[in-house]
Design a protein around this ligand. Structure first.
Ligand SMILES: *Cc1c(COP(=O)(O)O)cnc(C)c1O
Length: 235
């Protein structure tokens, strides 16, 4: 039995249009904002259909899912992007399988990744996940620690630091959500003024990408609006 994946082309076209519209509303060039499709919980068959639409980078929040899906998708030329909290003991799998990690939030993890990457003879693009929301459930580096962390990361030759990532507060008040995105933008501005090169701001998801784009997102991470509702996700 094969799954009907014809909805993907429509969803992809529609979200690109909505992102473009959000860019124009914010006075930005749509070419400045990329979409990272988030395929977590969707199986290899669905991802293969997305590859057929020309998508080749996919965000996953669990390394185990990348391990499970990647054999069936070998040869598709997929770049796997880790966007979820990462335990240090997963560094080996990440070094073998991922092309990018957006959830780097501590020195111990940077050390483990660099060591494993050296072993694999590979490099990895990384974003630093910063905690901009007060919710205890959210991971990320404390904003005040960012300057020191950026300096410490200079000694890891295998990690290419590309920018910052955050998850905004879950709130029905757009001002609260937007404040999280604004905080990340300001942290990037500060870091750039201190000589760091951080082109990527990964922020915004299906429900809040327009606010993130208004605050300068260069990449939005979109799951539901492309792949549909995940099993168990709130309606
Ligand atoms: C699941 C997830 C997304 C995508 O969320 P949607 O609301 O489905 O678009 C984005 N970022 C992270 C870190 C996620 O875990």
């Amino acid at each position: 039995m094969s799954t009907d994946t014809s909805y993907l082309a429509d969803n992809w076209a529609r979200i690109r249009q909505r992102v473009d519209a959000a860019c124009r509303a914010a006075g930005r060039d749509p070419a400045e904002v990329g979409i990272l499709p988030v395929s977590k919980t969707f199986d290899a068959e669905v991802i293969r259909a997305a590859v057929a639409l020309g998508l080749h980078r996919f965000g996953e929040n669990r390394v185990q899912e990348i391990r499970d899906k990647s054999p069936a998708l070998a040869g598709c030329g997929i770049d796997w992007v880790v966007i979820g909290h990462l335990q240090t003991n997963k560094a080996r799998d990440v070094a073998r399988l991922a092309s990018e990690v957006q959830s780097l939030d501590r020195l111990e993890l940077a050390e483990a990744l660099d060591r494993r990457l050296q072993h694999e003879g590979r490099q990895l693009d990384v974003l630093i996940q910063v905690k901009t929301s007060p919710e205890p459930s959210k991971y990320g580096l404390a904003p005040a620690q960012l300057p020191d962390f950026l300096n410490q990361l200079r000694s890891f030759a295998r990690l290419r630091v590309r920018g910052l990532m955050t998850l905004a507060i879950q709130s029905s008040d757009p001002a609260e959500v937007r404040a999280c995105f604004r905080a990340l933008r300001r942290l990037r501005e500060q870091a750039v003024s201190q000589g760091h090169d951080l082109p990527t701001l990964s922020m915004g998801m299906s429900g809040d990408f327009a606010l993130a784009i208004a605050e300068g997102a260069s990449e939005v991470r979109i799951g539901t609006a492309i792949f549909g509702r995940r099993p168990g996700a709130p309606a």
